[in-house]
Structures are given as C-alpha cells and as structure tokens.
Design a protein around this ligand. Structure first.
Ligand SMILES: [Mg+2]
Length: 419
C-alpha cells in the first residue's frame, strides 16, 4: 500500500506554547490548568511532568505530590489558537493540509513521488523545521506516515515526543503488534471488552480477525468491513457525509446561569436527545457536551466542549452517565476559586456517529439491557402522558427549563434526512 497520508500531532501543545512564550518555564516540569486553584485539574502537561505521571485530568494537589517542583500555568486559549494558526501556516509552506483534526492535529495527503519513503521522510523533516523556524523551537511534533489516516495517526502516536514513524508495507502489520487494542482511535474500554468476548485480546488477533467477526463486534457490517480494510492499509473513503447527529442546545435563562442550573438544563437536553434518537430508530457511538462560559470581568465568552466515544447505545441511563462524566471535566465548577468570574451561559449536547437500529446489535451486558428497559418505560409513559412526566433524578426541578419549541427546530430537517 502506498504511503498516502502524513499525520502531524503537536506534542503537549498547550504546555509547549507556554514554554515557547515564557523562556523561564523551559526545561521545567509544567502543567497547564484551567484556573488558578488547588481544586482544579491539569488540562495539559509537558513531557518532563508526564515522566512523573502527571496527565490531563490529574488534580493539582496530586500533580504536586507526583512531581515536586512542578510549575502551573493558567491556560490562555486565545494564545493557543494564534499558535495553532501559525503551525498551520508553517505546515502549508511545505505541504497543503487536507484536514485540521483538532487544535494540535492535522492530516496531509501525499501524492506522486512524495509517497516514496525517503522523500516522505524528507518532507516530514521539512515540516518540523518549518514549525521550528516559523512558530518556535519549543514546538515539537510527532509525525506519522501511513497508507490511510487511521494508520498515519497511529504511527504518529508510536513515538513521542518529536517522533517520525513510517508504516510501510514491509513493516505492516507487525509494527502494530506492540500496541494495545485501546491505542486504536475508536476502541475504548468497552469496545475492548467486546473484542475480548470474541477472543481478541491482542492487536495481532485484531489484525487477523475476519471482516465477519469485526462486523459482529461492531454490530454493523459496514463498520466491521471498514475496520477490516483500514487495518490492511486501504484508503477507505469516509462514511457518507450525510449529517448524522441529534443535537440540542439551550441558552440558559438568567436564573439558571449557575453551575447547578446549567447541569439541570443539560440533563434535560440529554434526555430529550436520547428520546429523539430512539424515536428516529438510531443508535449513537459518541456523545459530546458543551457549554459557553461568560466572563464577568472581561465580558468575553469561552466555549468548552468534551467528547467521548461510547459503545453503540440509545438508552437514556447510558447517555446520561456519559454526559455527567463529561460535564465533570468542565473548567469552571461551583466552589472552585475562579468560578465566580465565569458563569455558564449556554449548554449543548450532540449525539453523533449514528447508525440505524437495525444494524446495531443489542448489548451483551446486563447493565446495558437494564438501561434499555428503563428507556422504553420512559418513552411509553412520556408518549402516553406528555413529554417528561417521567425523567431520571438528575432532571428534578428542571422539567420546564428548555422550551421544546426552541430545541426542536432542527428535527424536521433530520426527519427528511433519515427518511
Ligand atoms: Mg498532541
């Protein structure tokens, strides 16, 4: 398979930006935090801090314990966006970017002779140098080159920081065997359990699995075949661009612009989105939760969003549980210093990666089936007696806070798309 893609992943991007801007922070263990408080958690750590076990999500107190002498820096998201654009600009002087995946990841396509390993390697070095000279010498990246975007990303993950990894035919698939199943984007702990249930415990077994087995595991022939082909280095076109999401968002009324109020409204939106998903006969594979926080002093607003993949589901308890987990990662929480300067202003949830119910298999896990039963009970009662007679505990007191007329505006669209 030719080397068609080059994937760039900036290493510890936020921490690197800080070290680039502030020379006194260089060569020191550094973590970036959302707000200056002992109760908050790290949102990024430099490699020196990572070596001590500090990760995204490590609480500040624990980071101090793990890594004595660690320095904390409050995040400056505006600055990181500026740096992101500089990185994009530097890369594009060498090679056009095909997709910007996130603030610190992008994919380029290699064509013609660029696909020769030697030339591809030289291009990667030119990209690294362009970033060093145009953005800064602290801005390291890991580059992966492979036959499709999935394998190029995996190649980039293989060597950090400042890596360069090619997955050529000669190295495939053995080069993958050192990985864990969960190193594959799209394989979380629960998908790993499903793979285990089918006798797949290693990447070697994963790579040898038949398309039929993978289809059973993913609950979809299309997805199973897609994985089968991706693992063999095929350049599988993305699934149709038909928009496949159910989303609800709501601007909080002034009385609910509190941590608690935002949570209540968010829970209601998740209940509605889950009911909607079942009504249109779809299952989702990913959940995201977002909020905008308005700054009382600066008058600006900051958009925050977290995303998690979930094993295909459509039941309210599972989706609520995921949304709660994501919400717990919000940068400003009640009680944490600094939260009085930021108030939630709008909340949203998006259920994505939808597949029709007929191509999803019912869950193998008892807990999930219980969730299914609860969801059907919710739907039956709510359909009969009006929306939201029944709802899960977290919604209590919030039944009327997200008027249906606002949140439902996109549904007619969606119906047309699905039918
Ligand atoms: Mg990165």
């Amino acid at each position: 398979m030719p080397l068609r893609y080059l994937f760039i992943d900036m290493n510890s991007f936020f921490a690197s930006c800080e070290q680039q801007d502030k020379p006194h922070l260089r060569n020191r263990p550094l973590a970036v935090i959302p707000t200056d408080a002992e109760t908050t958690s790290c949102i990024a750590a430099c490699y020196r801090a990572k070596a001590y076990g500090v990760r995204t999500g490590t609480p500040v107190w624990e980071a101090r314990r793990l890594c004595p002498g660690i320095v904390f820096q409050v995040a400056d998201h505006k600055r990181y966006v500026v740096m992101h654009h500089r990185v994009v600009d530097a890369v594009e002087r060498v090679l056009p970017i095909e997709t910007v995946m996130s603030i610190d990841e992008m994919t380029c396509r290699l064509t013609g002779d660029e696909r020769q390993p030697l030339l591809a390697r030289a291009i990667a070095h030119r990209i690294k140098n362009a970033i060093y000279t145009r953005v800064g010498d602290q801005m390291h990246c890991s580059i992966g080159i492979g036959p499709n975007p999935l394998l190029a990303k995996i190649a980039a993950d293989m060597q950090k920081p400042n890596g360069l990894t090619l997955l050529t035919d000669a190295e495939m698939p053995q080069a993958l065997f050192q990985l864990k199943l969960t190193d594959f984007p799209g394989v979380g702990p629960r998908m790993e359990r499903r793979l285990n249930l089918h006798g797949i415990f290693t990447v070697e077994q994963f790579c040898r699995a038949s398309a039929k087995t993978l289809s059973e595991i993913w609950g979809s022939k299309k997805l199973g075949e897609r994985w089968y082909r991706l693992l063999r280095g095929e350049d599988v076109p993305d699934t149709p661009t038909r928009r496949q999401t159910v989303s609800h968002s709501h601007v909080l009324p002034p009385a609910l612009r509190t941590d608690e109020g935002a949570f209540g409204v968010l829970m209601r939106l998740v209940h509605k989105a889950a009911a909607r998903l079942r009504k249109i006969g779809y299952w989702c594979g990913a959940v995201s939760v977002g909020a905008s926080f308005w700054g009382k002093e600066r008058g600006d607003s900051v958009w925050w969003e977290e995303y998690a993949r979930v094993p295909r589901c459509h039941d309210t308890p599972a989706l609520v549980a995921t949304a709660v987990k994501l919400w717990n990662r919000r940068p400003w929480k009640a009680g944490s210093p600094g939260c009085e300067r930021r108030v939630p202003f709008k909340v949203s949830t998006v259920l994505s990666d939808l597949v029709p119910a007929r191509s999803a298999t019912p869950s193998l896990f008892d807990d999930d089936r219980k969730g299914e039963d609860i969801s059907h009970a919710l739907d039956t009662v709510n359909n009969q007696f009006g929306a939201n007679v029944l709802y899960l505990g977290a919604m209590f007191g919030m039944r009327d806070t997200a008027p249906t007329r606002i949140a439902f505006t996109q549904i007619p669209d969606f119906d047309r798309r699905v039918n």
